[in-house]
Design a protein around this ligand. Structure first.
Ligand code: MN
Length: 358
């Protein structure tokens, strides 16, 4: 029976090329033990999570673009895909370029589940995994489209839904603070200050005017993929380097103004932007904005961010004069001073954020 159910799965793959399991070709008629599940994070053309439930000797599968919802108030789309062989419970690896589903696949969670209902239109389960546990409903809406809904309260009762539409805080121009010990100092790059809201592997960049600028900076989307299911809002500056390696405001403006996808693609490879992350506003269902800068910064550094198009902007507590001198020598425009005990105020200016011209 499992053999027949895997026909579609095998048609889509060339097992000479991919290391994915082909699945047993015969079954001995014994019902397989049921009740295991796996969630695989799949960096295919579009990042998604594959939920697979052991059922009738194979793995019933859904591709979930935003991952398993942690909160009953957020249902996620789950697209039914072909049944997979049981051996896929343990599969992790690279599916080669040019093959069906090419991209890196890793195990995000696995465990067992209890089935409370299973028919063509609705599946009710209780997961017992490391990351996902509790009661969930999968229900079919149209054709291959299903939704997945958490039926229990949020696994983390203090978890709050991520706020939408926040704007970055804006520094005010001013002199170097005299009590340097109470402040932290970062290079200011004269770039485009944005908030990067990352959720379900997607990034949304919002500028100080509230405009969404994600489309103009496609290279920063890889940040979302790197974060996976981590939910975070980061403050940062988008910077484009000129031929001399210094921030180039004109190139940045051209990037931002590009309207056609072809121009955006060309410019993003010719003059790539880097997001220099300087602050943490939200993390995993918790607001960080009200916390003092020193605490936000410590947590930001623990995230270990760093990739081709994003870096953490270096921070120099108590060393304003020294940083100003070094910055001047490098030909950079300014430094940003943040009071160590001050909160982050989205969309506002504050005397606790001062941009000091070099
Ligand atoms: Mn997949």
């Amino acid at each position: 029976m499992a053999g027949d159910r895997l026909e579609r799965y095998r048609q889509l793959r060339d097992f000479e090329r991919t290391s994915e399991p082909a699945g047993a070709t015969t079954t001995d008629g014994e019902p397989a033990p049921s009740g295991r599940f796996v969630v695989q994070e799949h960096h295919a053309t579009s990042l998604h999570w594959d939920l697979r439930l052991e059922h009738d000797g194979a793995l019933a599968s859904w591709a979930v673009p935003k991952g398993i919802p942690p909160d009953p108030r957020q249902d996620h789309l789950a697209v039914r895909t072909e049944d997979h062989p049981l051996e896929y419970l343990d599969f992790a690896g690279d599916i080669p370029e040019g093959s069906y589903g090419s991209g890196r696949m890793s195990i995000w969670d696995r465990g067992t589940y209890d089935c409370r209902k299973w028919d063509e239109r609705e599946v009710l389960v209780t997961f017992h995994g490391q990351r996902v546990s509790g009661r969930y409903a999968l229900f079919r809406t149209k054709d291959r489209n299903w939704m997945i809904h958490r039926m229990d309260p949020p696994a983390d009762p203090e978890r709050q839904p991520m706020p939408r539409g926040l704007r970055p805080m804006q520094p005010v121009p001013g002199p170097l603070p005299t009590d340097e010990q109470g402040w932290a100092f970062q290079p200011a790059w004269g770039g485009l200050r944005v908030l990067a809201a990352c959720q379900g592997g997607r990034v949304e960049l919002t500028d100080a005017g509230g405009a969404e600028v994600t489309g103009a900076f496609p290279e920063v989307r890889a940040l979302g993929e790197a974060l996976g299911t981590t939910e975070v809002i980061l403050d940062g500056e988008l910077v484009v380097a000129g031929p001399d390696g210094r921030p180039d405001a004109e190139r940045l403006a051209r990037r931002r103004a590009a309207r056609s996808p072809a121009v955006t693609r060309r410019l993003s490879s010719a003059t790539p932007a880097v997001l220099l992350v300087g602050d943490l506003v939200w993390l995993e269902g918790r607001p960080f904005a009200p916390l003092p800068y020193r605490e936000r910064r410590a947590r930001l550094e623990e995230l270990g961010l760093g990739g081709p198009s994003w870096q953490v902007n270096p921070d120099h507590p108590g060393e304003g004069s020294a940083l100003l001198t070094a910055t001047r020598a490098q030909g950079l425009p300014a430094i940003l001073a943040k009071r160590l005990d001050s909160p982050y105020l989205p969309g506002e200016t504050s005397p606790h954020w001062v941009v000091v011209a070099v």
